[in-house]
Ligand binder design. Structure first.
Ligand SMILES: *[C@@H]1O[C@H](CO)[C@@H](O)[C@H](O)[C@H]1NC(C)=O
Ligand SMILES: *[C@@H]1O[C@H](CO)[C@@H](O)[C@H](O)[C@H]1NC(C)=O
Ligand SMILES: *[C@@H]1O[C@H](CO)[C@@H](O)[C@H](O)[C@H]1NC(C)=O
Ligand SMILES: *[C@@H]1O[C@H](CO)[C@@H](O)[C@H](O)[C@H]1NC(C)=O
Ligand SMILES: *[C@@H]1O[C@H](CO)[C@@H](O)[C@H](O)[C@H]1NC(C)=O
Length: 663
């Protein structure tokens, strides 16, 4: 223990001495010149892109560029004399290390720290203007800022173009290069059929036009995939759907290929005759197009989805000409059809082969002392890339050894990299993109002898996962309803984890897709339905010592029940992630018979399905490894029992000896 804390102190000191901050003097000076030209006395730079994406393309990381702060959450505010960064507790240390002395750090949630609006009102005073790029704010956020600022006499003004872009001279180009068609064998439905469904929804909502802003909705709607954003196969675009037309706005060179042209305007099904041919326009035209519609069709009603429209688009349509509701694509996208489900299952089988190969490789190499977090992550990445139809990773792997795994959103760096050893728990949370689907899986493993507490924590996490996955629940319930099942065995002994239990997953799309999820603010109020996918990923983290998480992706399926109260449908989960749970981490005595049977049935499936795929890929040793990793658990075969037997024999022997000596 002593050794460990010394080690941490050394790492911290080392980090603080690093020149981790970016010199922002020039950038701030340039931005301030632009602010003066536009008559803004302050400028807000949030961390989003124009489609409110979770992961950003490098060209969209404006807040990172202006400040040097690379954390995923933070808002920069620059006045003519000051610069301040608001971020939350996850990032205080990192922000201190990365911001230079031109910046003050505003620690959200700490006593006496003003909100952005309070600070601006105090710094500027009435009659002043604050600028911001309206495409980087959700409708709600912009309206809140504007109203709070207005009450202090400060105006919030739209800045188009973004003046940060005027001064960001070495801004990286967009990452993407093309879009590809997702074949209907994986998508299940032609996009033109989705169009007709959407128009039905539009008709019943009495709207004339629907705007799609969120990139995975554009990609899903058109059965197209792109490569503009790391880990996420989307392309930068807007779609405006009318009752007789549909316009896709994006990089015109993506749509120039004949295959894409034919896909967007399906002449073979006579798309002209039923208004299902899409036309394309340059990305920049989207806002002017919407604006023009509001004048050429002055009675038209617009559906600007409340959950994915930016203020930049919202502000061109009069409020009394729009409805604000969630996107009509949101639920259909998350309820996968039978082809999508089949494809997702296939993606998870490929992924399981890669993960099993990795676990097998670790068993051989960790004891040699040659594996660390970074080269481990590289290894599992390469194994995924070698799978048929691999399209890269679905997020940056979390490869965490010992105490590093207790940091929930840990990312290994050369400074924090730890070796994998036979004395610590190792956690690997990783996933891939495949043409068929998106995967996300976590396993926690030990290559020596885990402590009793590590085993207990692991087993309770596993019990929560099993209870959640095997839960049968009526069709009226959302995922949040099930959250307690995942935690109760930890609660029983006063343990807990500070994160949600599950999130939805896209089909060859975003790693986080909502509304499906468990114990997740955004998923509330949307009942789970067959075809929805969600991860189930309870965990336990002992600060400074170890971290455990077990994560499977599951599909909601209909349950077979003995009764059928009120004609209700009942649902349950089927795990599509197929990777062994390490047996030596389990304390069998804690498991119920039902949990043991569930785990054994699951492992049987892993053995058969992944084993077959391993053979198909000509990897017989992998099949053997899988077979060993999935042997059925039974009571009375655990090490503990073996030890107690040994102790009893030992005691008996001692007694015999004592008896003998007494005689
Ligand atoms: C930023 O800080 C440096 C020194 O820490 C100072 O020399 C410079 O003038 C500051 N730049 C601006 C734009 O305030
Ligand atoms: C900012 O908005 C206010 C209020 O709408 C307006 O009076 C002012 O002219 C605008 N200023 C700029 C620089 O756009
Ligand atoms: C459009 O895509 C091409 C590659 O297909 C790329 O070279 C170009 O930079 C892109 N244009 C924009 C504005 O992103
Ligand atoms: C109209 O649209 C549907 C749906 O995509 C398609 O199946 C049909 O063949 C199209 N053409 C005509 C002429 O109806
Ligand atoms: C316990 O002992 C039995 C009999 O010697 C053996 O078959 C079994 O593998 C042992 N179990 C463990 C977990 O070591």
């Amino acid at each position: 223990k002593q050794n460990k804390s010394n080690h941490n102190n050394i790492i911290n000191t080392y980090l603080l001495l690093q020149p981790t901050a970016t010199d922002t003097t020039q950038r701030l000076g340039d931005l301030r010149s632009e602010m003066i030209k536009s008559d803004f006395q302050a400028y807000i730079i949030p961390s989003s892109d124009a489609h409110l994406s979770e992961y950003l393309a490098p060209s969209e990381k404006r807040r990172v560029w202006i400040s040097g702060f690379t954390g995923s959450a933070g808002t920069a505010v620059v006045t003519l004399t000051k610069a301040a960064m608001w971020t939350d507790g996850r990032y205080f240390l990192q922000a201190e290390q990365e911001l230079d002395c031109n910046w003050s750090l505003m620690k959200i949630g700490e006593q006496g720290v003003p909100t952005i609006e309070e600070w601006l009102v105090q710094e500027l005073g009435p009659g002043m203007n604050v600028g911001g790029n309206p495409f980087l704010f959700s409708i709600e956020l912009w309206l809140i800022y504007a109203s709070n600022l207005a009450s202090g006499g400060v105006a919030l003004n739209q800045s188009i173009p973004d003046i940060v872009d005027n001064v960001w001279t070495d801004r990286p180009p967009l990452d993407g290069d093309e879009v590809v068609v997702l074949p209907v064998q994986y998508a299940g439905v032609e996009w033109t059929d989705k169009l007709l469904d959407v128009r039905k929804e539009m008709k019943s909502a009495a709207v004339d036009y629907l705007l799609l802003t969120v990139l995975d909705e554009n990609a899903w709607f058109f059965n197209l995939r792109g490569s503009d954003i790391p880990y996420t196969p989307v392309f930068t675009s807007y779609t405006v759907i009318g009752m007789t037309d549909v316009v896709l706005f994006g990089n015109m060179s993506y749509f120039a290929k004949q295959e894409i042209k034919d896909h967007l305007a399906k002449q073979e099904i006579g798309c002209e005759s039923n208004n299902t041919c899409a036309t394309v326009q340059p990305y920049e035209n989207a806002r002017p197009y919407l604006q023009q519609l509001t004048t050429t069709q002055s009675n038209a009603i617009f559906w600007l989805p409340s959950d994915g429209t930016t203020y930049g688009m919202y502000s061109v349509v009069d409020e009394d000409h729009q409805i604000s509701d969630i996107s009509p694509l949101k639920i259909p996208k998350s309820v996968k059809n039978s082809k999508e489900i089949e494809a997702m299952r296939q993606a998870h089988i490929y992924d399981a082969v890669a993960l099993c190969e990795y676990l097998q490789w670790l068993e051989i190499n960790v004891p040699k002392g040659t594996v660390d977090e970074l080269n481990g992550a590289e290894k599992v990445k390469n194994l995924r890339l070698a799978q048929p139809t691999s399209k890269g990773l679905s997020f940056g792997s979390i490869s965490a050894s010992g105490p590093n795994a207790a940091i929930i959103h840990y990312r290994s760096t050369p400074e924090t990299n730890r070796p994998l050893t036979t004395t610590e728990v190792y956690m690997i949370d990783s996933g891939g993109q495949y043409f068929e689907g998106t995967t996300d899986v976590t396993r926690s493993v030990h290559f020596g002898t885990p402590t009793d507490f590590e085993k207990e924590a692991f087993t309770r996490v596993l019990m929560g996962q099993i209870d959640t996955q095997s839960a049968i629940f009526p069709y009226t319930k959302d995922g949040n309803y099930l959250d307690m099942l995942a935690r109760r065995h930890l609660y029983d002994v006063g343990l807990e984890y500070r994160h949600g239990t599950g999130h939805g997953v896209g089909q060859y799309l975003c790693i986080h897709e909502y509304p499906p999820g468990i114990g997740n603010a955004v998923g509330g109020g949307y009942p789970l339905q067959p075809g929805m996918f969600t991860s189930v990923e309870p965990g336990f983290y002992q600060d400074g010592e170890f971290g455990i998480r077990i994560e499977n992706v599951n599909v909601v399926v209909e349950a077979v029940t003995e009764h059928n109260f009120g004609g209700y449908k009942f649902y349950t989960f089927d795990p599509v992630t197929l990777a062994p749970i390490q047996l030596k981490m389990i304390n069998v005595d804690l498991l119920s018979d039902k949990q043991i049977k569930y785990l054994n049935d699951y492992h049987k499936k892993v053995e058969v399905i992944v084993g077959e795929e391993a053979l198909r890929q000509n990897k017989p040793e992998l099949k053997d490894w899988i077979q060993k990793a999935t042997v059925p658990l039974a009571r009375g075969t655990s090490t503990r029992n073996n030890i107690s037997w040994s102790i009893m024999i030992f005691i008996a022997a001692v007694c015999t000896m004592v008896n003998v000596s007494l005689e």
